[in-house]
Design a protein. Structure first.
Lengths: 185, 193, 210
């Protein structure tokens, strides 16, 4: 009698283990085992080999890019500084994520000043990152800083910082990143 | 298949089946672990080879005269001098930083092959500062080290100087020189005097 | 299984396997999957494409599309776009309905040029330009509505017809079976056809007048 229960218990344990393995495979291993560091604006946050300090973000439908460009959605410019801990490096991807879970990446055609730059070990530089997002996403945006793109074979870490986005009155501008003095952010 | 498995009958000294003893179990477990380990080593071979080859793992140091040679490529580098500068061509580094001037002697007398080397300065904390990054454009400093030329008529400059942005309080340990076609895992490491 | 059921099953099996001819026939059943595979396998029957009008919204899955018009030009210019080619362009409005950016050139199977148009590259667009900036679109961000020109290089169309029929495939957000957890927009068997009227190429993507 007890043997049947043991067999039944082991069988269901096997099924459950299979299901759990499937779920883990689906959610983590396939998209990369990644830990999510959570940070906030105005503070130094460490993720993988990067140290990040997000200042804030501004939004407008207009961007000054030679001429003034009007977006069909909204432009968002993020003001942030970062450094590495070990050698000169740049993050592989930096994206914005809205409340509905939609992801907005680097838009094309707006020049290199709008993209992520290389920073040095304890050598902080401050610059701007440009995004173009859906107009209804602007109220609830989180920055996701990815030192490495998610890879199924390697564990990685990403940083999430919720953004306070202020509406700008003038068209937005982007500028080249500049090295900061020791201790500046 | 029908039939009943035979369990050991408690208390019966003529039990027909005995469970393996603790020694046999341990040996079996050991064999299992070893074979899993061997399989794991085998399965990760490509990943490990990639990591090893691309990284900097085996430093080529200087000989008695200060030259570090990558023999099969005919490339040799010698560190002539290191000097921290507070200003270069009227440009100052950000507060808390200095421009390090590296004077290097380079020889490339192997097969003609155009080659630029990356130059990094390593400090006591293990940080690697890359030469040519965020430094002024000023003569005579170059931003990439020429360590190979495809034109035998125009050999690489024998003396080349580079600037490195470093924190003022960094304790410098060595200068690393590396190129894509250096042998796997190898790089030149010249101690800073 | 009940006793009578078991007995019936055994009897049936015994009947089927009683003689060699019957055993041979039964084993031929095992060959059916092999034969089907060798002859190319089963394909889902493709339903006929649906005709949709220009200047109206069509939901293609990955996008909400408003097809507008088409043009042929050899003066299209956008930074490092190849020179010296004749371009056929489809002017459409697209809104990405998904949750991640879509690279219209590399990741998208929605838009196809008709087979009759001599095409250097392939059915999907070679490049996509935004009409507002005159630069490459790159990736279509979720929820943003772009007016774009889908471009193909052509060696034909010296005398462009009044209408060009663009194919728009229905795409579904599909899970990959090989790499678990990875999704992409894949073309399904459904598609739409839209007749695009001929028009002039928009100035914003043409090279400057000398």
């Amino acid at each position: 009698m007890s043997r049947r229960w043991a067999v039944a218990a082991l069988l269901s344990a096997a099924v459950v283990a299979g299901g759990v393995a499937n779920a883990i495979d689906d959610r983590y291993v396939a998209s990369g085992w990644h830990t999510v560091e959570r940070g906030e604006e105005g503070a130094d946050v460490r993720v993988a080999n990067f140290q990040v300090h997000v200042h804030g973000a501004v939004t407008s439908t207009r961007l000054e890019d030679g001429d003034v460009v009007t977006s069909p959605g909204a432009f968002v410019v993020v003001d942030l500084s970062y450094a590495t801990t070990d050698a000169w490096d740049s993050p592989e991807e930096v994206v914005l994520i809205d409340g509905a879970g939609r992801e907005f990446g680097e838009p094309s055609g707006f020049g290199s000043a709008a993209r992520a730059w290389e920073a040095g070990p304890d050598i902080w530089s401050r610059g701007t990152l440009l995004f173009e997002v859906s107009a209804d996403a602007v109220d609830d945006l989180t920055l996701e800083f990815r030192p490495q793109s998610p890879d199924a074979r390697l564990p990685s870490a990403v940083l999430r910082v919720p953004l306070t986005v202020t509406a700008a009155t003038e068209p937005l501008t982007v500028g080249r990143a500049r090295i900061l003095a020791e201790g500046e952010r | 298949m029908t039939g009943t498995t035979r369990h050991g009958i408690t208390g019966d000294s003529t039990a027909t089946r005995r469970r393996p003893g603790p020694i046999a179990t341990t040996i079996a477990a050991g064999v299992l672990v070893l074979s899993l380990g061997w399989w794991g080593w085998f399965a990760t071979e490509q990943a490990r080879a990639g990591w090893w080859d691309v990284g900097q793992h085996v430093g080529i140091g200087p000989d008695a005269r200060g030259w570090a040679q990558v023999d099969n490529l005919g490339v040799g580098v010698r560190l002539q001098g290191v000097e921290a500068l507070a200003v270069v061509d009227e440009e100052q580094p950000p507060a808390g930083f200095a421009y390090l001037a590296l004077d290097l002697e380079v020889v490339a007398d192997g097969a003609p092959q155009s080659r630029s080397c990356t130059v990094q300065v390593r400090d006591a904390r293990g940080r690697l500062f890359e030469a040519g990054r965020e430094v002024p454009y000023a003569d005579p400093y170059v931003s990439l080290l020429e360590c190979g030329s495809s034109d035998p008529e125009e050999p690489v400059p024998a003396e080349q100087s580079m600037l490195v942005l470093v924190p003022v309080d960094a304790e410098l340990v060595s200068v690393r020189v590396d190129a894509i076609d250096f042998p796997p895992a190898r790089f030149i490491e010249l101690p800073v005097p | 299984m009940t006793e009578p059921g078991a007995i019936t099953a055994r009897t049936a099996l015994a009947f089927l396997l009683a003689t060699w001819p019957r055993r041979l026939l039964l084993s031929l059943l095992l060959l059916v999957p092999v034969v089907v595979a060798v002859s190319g396998g089963f394909r889902p029957a493709e339903p006929p494409p649906r005709e949709v009008p220009a200047e109206a919204v069509t939901d293609t899955g990955s996008y909400l599309v408003v097809p507008r018009a088409y043009f042929v030009s050899d003066r299209v210019d956008a930074g490092s776009l190849d020179e010296g080619f004749r371009w056929v362009g489809a002017l459409v409005q697209i809104t990405n309905q998904g949750t991640v950016p879509i690279s219209v050139v590399f990741e998208d199977q929605t838009f196809e040029l008709p087979d009759e148009v001599p095409n250097e590259d392939g059915p999907n667009p070679y490049e996509v330009l935004r009409l507002d900036t005159g630069t490459r679109l790159g990736s279509a961000q979720p929820g943003v509505t772009y007016e774009v020109a889908l471009l193909w290089r052509t060696s034909g169309l010296e005398d462009p017809p009044d209408e060009l029929t663009l194919t728009m495939n229905q795409t579904a957000w599909t899970r990959w079976t090989i790499e678990a957890g990875y999704y992409s927009w894949r073309a399904t068997a459904d598609s739409f056809l839209v007749d695009l009227p001929l028009t002039e190429a928009p100035d914003s993507i043409l090279e400057e007048e000398e």
